[in-house]
Design a protein around this ligand. Structure first.
Ligand SMILES: [Zn+2]
Length: 205
């Protein structure tokens, strides 16, 4: 009787070990399959990113210099998170890649592909923007897209931080870009212009 119990116990232990081995095999197979899927996804994303970069042109030396000056201005004004993204994670282009050709652009200054961190700067960025501050304002908007923010959030952020940036009605109110961006901000972030008691109904005044 004792032997029988012992035998049964042994069988139970053996069955338990077999179950553990089976479970570990299943777990290993699942991990291998997950790793395969992750690798395939990463490779697909890298291929997609390379296709975007390879079908567009980088800025010229002069244009890159203009971009760098605008980023430095953002650094000087305390926008450290945005500067980190623009300096450390962004690939700048001067022409549209194949994907941008299918996307309706919000304005003619720049566009951003999140999460691929590609910022395309168009000719208006260099010619219509009046100075480095206006170019910094445009990059500040794009940097908010680099964080995943939508148009409402990006326009709203720039408008609420225009004094910190040094881009205000007093300093730039007569430029074409200021008039254009204010109008676009009123359309994209109407909640900022819902204060009748403030000048121009602008809640940030
Ligand atoms: Zn935008």
């Amino acid at each position: 009787m004792l032997r029988l119990v012992e035998k049964c116990y042994t069988l139970f232990v053996l069955k338990g070990r077999a179950l553990v081995l089976f479970a570990s095999d299943v777990l290993l197979a699942m991990l291998q399959q997950t790793a395969t899927h992750v690798t395939a996804t990463v490779l697909a994303l890298v291929a997609f990113y390379l296709s975007l970069v390879s079908t567009s042109l980088p800025p010229t030396t002069y244009e890159r210099d203009q971009v760098d000056k605008a980023i430095q201005l953002l650094a000087d004004r305390g926008f450290s998170d945005e500067v980190f993204l623009l300096k450390g994670t962004t690939t700048f282009r001067r022409t549209d890649h194949w994907l941008n050709a299918f996307v309706e652009k919000e304005n003619a200054y720049a566009s951003t592909n999140f999460p691929f961190q590609i910022v395309t700067v168009y000719s208006d960025f260099f010619s219509k923007a009046a100075d480095d501050t206006e170019r910094a304002m445009i990059l500040l908007h794009e940097a908010r897209h680099l964080m995943g923010e939508n148009e409402n959030e990006a326009y709203s952020y720039v408008w609420r931080h225009r004094e910190q940036l040094g881009w205000s009605l007093e300093s730039h109110g007569t430029t074409e870009s200021f008039v254009t961006i204010e109008q676009q901000t009123r359309e994209a972030a109407p909640e900022l212009f819902n204060c009748p008691e403030k000048a121009w109904e602008d809640c940030t005044e």
